[in-house]
Design a protein. Structure first.
Length: 349
C-alpha cells in the first residue's frame, strides 16, 4: 500500500477509535497506540526515509496533518468525556426537594406527669415548696415516726416490700420500698423549722396484684403545713381552693371523718362528681361523690418526734393518689395502660 493511503487509513481508524472511547484511560490508550513512541503513526514516519526524495515532503506534510488532526480530536474527546462525567455525577447526586420529608414525631408529657404538674402548679402558686426524698425508706420513717406502731397491718410483709432480711418481723431499722409519701413529712421536718409549706410528689409501692385498678407502684402527692395557729379551718380552706383551681369555681367538696395514725382528727375529702353533679353516673360509680384524698391535723406525737414544740406550732397534712385523678380526668379505663408506655395509648393525649 502506498504510504499516503496508509496515512489516510490510520487517520480514519484513529479518529473512529477516539470517538468511541468512553473513559479517559481508553482515550489515553488510543493516543499511545497511534501517537506514542512505538505508535503506528510514529512507526510509519520512520519509514519516510525510504521514500523517493520528491515524495518525502508531501508525505511528511500529510503525516504532520494527521498528527495534528489526531491530537486535536483527542483534546476534544477529553473535554467531551469530562463534560459527560460531570453530567452523570450531577444526575446521580440530584436531590428532589419536592419529595415530602419524613415527619419527626414529637413526644409529649405523659398524662400522669401532666396531672402532677398541674397540681404542683396550684400548690407552688400558694407558696408551697416541692420536696423530694428516697423511695427506699427506713421503717422508722415510713411507719414508726408516723405514729404507726408495730402490729399495724400496713407493716406486714404481705402489704409492704421489705428489702432487708427478717422482713416478716419488721424492725424499726428495716429497709423497705416506701408504701406512702408520708415519710416525707418527717424528712422535711427534720431539715427545716416551721413555718413549713411543702408538697412531695413521688412513687410509692405496695404488694398489690396489677389489675385494672391496682398497681404495685403508683404515685402520691403528700402535702404539709406547719406554722403557728394552724387549724382545721386552714386545711379546709386550702384544700377547697385547690379543688376549685383544678376543677373550676363550682366544685363542691365534702369532708368525712376518717382515721389515720399520723393525723388527729383525720378526714377524707370527696368532691361532688363533676360529670353528674352528685346524681350518680359511671364516672363516680353511682356514688355522686369522688374520693380525692386523706388529710388531717398532724398528730402531736409526729410533730414532737421531729422536735417541733406543739405548744407553739400545729399543722395539717394530706396525701392523694395521682393515678385515680388522672384516670378520671382522661377517661382511662385500665390502670395498667398508664405504665405500659404503649405508644398507641400515649398518642391519645
Ligand atoms: N398516707 C396515706 C395513705 O397512703 C394518705 C394520707 C392520709 C396522707 C392522711 C396524709 C394524711 O398526709 O394526713 O393512705
Amino acid at each position: 500500500m502506498h504510504m499516503k493511503e496508509q496515512l489516510a487509513k490510520i487517520r480514519e481508524e484513529a479518529l473512529e477509535a477516539i470517538r468511541n472511547t468512553d473513559v479517559d484511560s481508553a482515550l489515553d490508550a488510543v493516543r499511545v497506540k497511534y501517537l506514542g513512541k512505538k505508535g503506528e503513526l510514529t512507526a510509519l514516519l520512520k519509514q519516510t526515509g525510504k521514500l523517493p526524495a520528491e515524495e518525502r515532503p508531501v508525505v511528511g506534510q500529510m503525516a504532520n496533518e494527521v498528527r495534528t488532526a489526531l491530537t486535536d480530536a483527542i483534546a476534544t474527546q477529553k473535554k467531551t468525556l469530562a463534560a459527560s462525567a460531570m453530567e452523570m455525577r450531577l444526575a446521580a447526586e440530584t436531590v428532589d426537594v419536592t419529595i415530602p420529608g419524613d415527619r419527626t414525631e414529637l413526644g409529649h408529657i405523659h398524662p400522669l406527669t401532666k396531672v402532677v404538674d398541674e397540681i404542683t402548679d396550684v400548690f407552688t402558686g400558694m407558696g408551697f415548696e416541692v420536696a423530694d426524698g428516697p423511695e427506699i425508706e427506713l421503717a422508722a420513717y415510713n411507719f414508726t415516726r408516723l405514729n404507726t406502731e408495730e402490729g399495724h397491718p400496713g407493716r406486714e410483709w404481705t402489704d409492704t416490700f421489705y428489702i432487708t432480711e427478717g422482713h416478716d418481723d419488721p424492725k424499726n431499722d428495716a429497709v423497705l420500698l416506701r408504701s406512702q409519701t408520708s415519710p416525707m413529712q418527717i424528712r422535711v421536718m427534720e431539715q427545716k423549722q416551721p413555718p413549713i409549706r411543702m408538697i412531695a410528689p413521688g412513687r410509692v409501692f405496695r404488694k398489690d396484684e396489677a389489675d385494672a385498678t391496682h398497681s404495685p407502684m403508683f404515685h402520691q402527692i403528700e402535702g404539709m403545713v406547719v406554722d403557728k395557729g394552724i387549724t382545721m379551718a386552714d386545711l379546709k380552706g386550702t384544700l377547697n381552693e385547690v379543688v376549685k383551681a383544678l376543677y373550676g369555681p363550682d366544685a363542691v367538696t365534702r369532708f368525712r371523718p376518717h382515721h389515720f395514725p399520723f393525723t388527729e382528727p383525720s378526714c377524707e375529702v370527696d368532691m361532688q362528681c363533676f360529670e353528674c353533679k352528685g346524681k350518680g353516673c359511671s364516672v363516680c360509680k353511682g356514688e355522686g361523690w369522688i374520693e380525692l384524698l386523706g388529710a388531717g391535723m398532724i398528730h402531736p406525737k409526729v410533730l414532737e418526734g421531729c422536735g417541733i414544740d406543739t405548744d407553739v406550732y400545729s399543722g395539717w397534712a394530706f396525701g392523694m393518689g395521682v393515678e385515680r385523678l388522672a384516670m378520671r380526668r382522661y377517661g382511662i379505663k385500665d390502670l395498667r395502660l398508664v405504665f405500659e408506655n404503649d405508644v398507641r395509648f400515649l398518642k391519645q393525649f
